[in-house]
Design a protein. Structure first.
Length: 409
């Protein structure tokens, strides 16, 4: 008979902050969010962090702790009509029961402008307390009006020891977890699973549950092996930590391989990142920087190629976008290189930092009023299209004290 129970990760989801593991800076006893919840003064908030770090769980705990009416919708499947219906219900609840309504929107970065605009007035007037969750930088993905009315809390990937504690609780919890089964799993295997989950508690719990369900009962016990865990994870032991030293080592190797025009090495390091669970949008952002920093004016098509790779990753995600980003990496590696732009802008920044702000020469200033014209704004400016040659149209465009300064070699 098919098992219709919810997944283990959902069954053992903490119901109180006392049961929550990790993210002490956000939900610890002295954290500002915890105090706001206890005082029933919860603002609209956005949780920004990697998958499996506890964003949805914290939202559910908040709903329990504040006794508010809790609504949940997905930014992928939800729309403006659903928002309107939730707002209608929120008004009814407040009128009938005096209850606030918390609306939790998962993957808020996938909400388009129209959806966000539909939500905004109801957040402003207090009809809705908005909680959003995103794996993407909200500065780029959430419109400024909604962002300015929300407090952003950054969640970190869980530490391996946090995940190990979560797994041990799941193994011993008789009511919601696996405590009613006799499961034998060695400490080193549990540590391996905790490490390989890469900061994602859901990945670890799903793999553990799959391993348990796939292992036959022998002599009254379910004995979990390292091979079963590896198979449950659906990947081999890839040494890649998105938040540790290896992350920076590998992105550095990718960058230097492209700079050195070694497309094969660049593809290898890209594979190490993507197959290790790295967010392709992170790699794509680095490619955009690389296109201007290391290629620059040597190939003006490099930047559009990198931006196109970012868009492809944004639209279709992994694994479908892997070839689009691989194409961009090979393009960057094989392209001609120039750091002239990088050096030139560095010199500009140094002058801006170390010199006083020089005035704009009078002939370069606009003169929309009579007073400005009387003060010689725009006087003797040469309108380039009126001249037959560049030499005739030549004039100074820098402040007087920087006249003749060369930044771009």
């Amino acid at each position: 008979m098919q098992n219709n129970k919810p997944p283990l990760a959902d069954r053992v989801r903490p119901k109180t902050f006392e049961d929550f593991v990790g993210q002490e800076h956000v939900v610890g006893r002295d954290a500002i969010l915890r105090k706001a919840i206890e005082r029933d003064a919860l603002p609209s908030i956005i949780f920004w962090g990697p998958t499996g770090s506890g964003k949805t769980t914290i939202a559910h705990v908040i709903a329990e702790g504040t006794k508010a009416h809790f609504e949940k919708m997905s930014a992928i499947t939800g729309g403006v009509d659903e928002i309107k219906e939730i707002v209608r219900k929120a008004k009814d609840y407040k009128k009938a029961y005096g209850k606030e309504t918390i609306l939790f929107i998962d993957e808020i970065h996938r909400f388009n402008k129209r959806q966000q605009d539909a939500l905004l007035p109801h957040v402003e007037d207090g009809t809705i307390i908005f909680i959003g969750a995103t794996t993407e930088n909200p500065s780029f993905e959430v419109n400024s009006a909604l962002l300015s009315r929300s407090r952003v809390f950054v969640l970190n990937a869980l530490e391996a020891n946090d995940i190990e504690l979560i797994l041990k609780r799941a193994l011993t919890d008789k009511e919601r977890g696996l405590g009613n089964k006799k499961i034998v799993i060695k400490e080193d295997i549990l540590k391996f699973l905790s490490q390989m989950a890469n900061g994602d508690a859901r990945v670890a719990l799903n793999a553990l549950e799959l391993a348990v369900n796939a292992t036959q009962l022998k002599k009254g016990a379910i004995t979990i092996t390292i091979e079963t865990i590896k198979e449950a994870l659906q990947r081999t032991h890839i040494l890649y930590d998105k938040n540790g030293e290896e992350h920076y080592n590998i992105i550095s190797a990718l960058h230097k391989s492209m700079r050195g025009s070694d497309a094969d090495a660049a593809l290898y390091w890209l594979g190490r990142m993507l197959e290790g669970g790295e967010d392709p949008l992170y790699v794509a952002r680095r490619l955009i920087r690389f296109a201007s920093e290391d290629i620059g004016i040597a190939n003006s098509f490099a930047l559009p190629q990198a931006v196109a790779a970012y868009d492809a990753c944004h639209y279709i995600g992994m694994p479908e976008c892997e070839l689009a980003i691989a194409q961009a990496v090979v393009y960057m590696a094989k392209s001609k290189k120039s750091n002239a732009l990088y050096i030139a802008y560095g010199k500009v920044k140094e002058d801006i930092k170390n010199l006083q702000n020089e005035p704009v020469p009078l002939h370069l200033r606009n003169a929309p009023t009579r007073l400005m014209k009387d003060l010689n704004y725009g006087k003797n400016y040469k309108y380039t299209p009126d001249f037959k040659s560049d030499e005739e149209a030549k004039q100074n465009y820098l402040p007087e004290k920087l006249k003749g300064k060369k930044y771009l070699e």
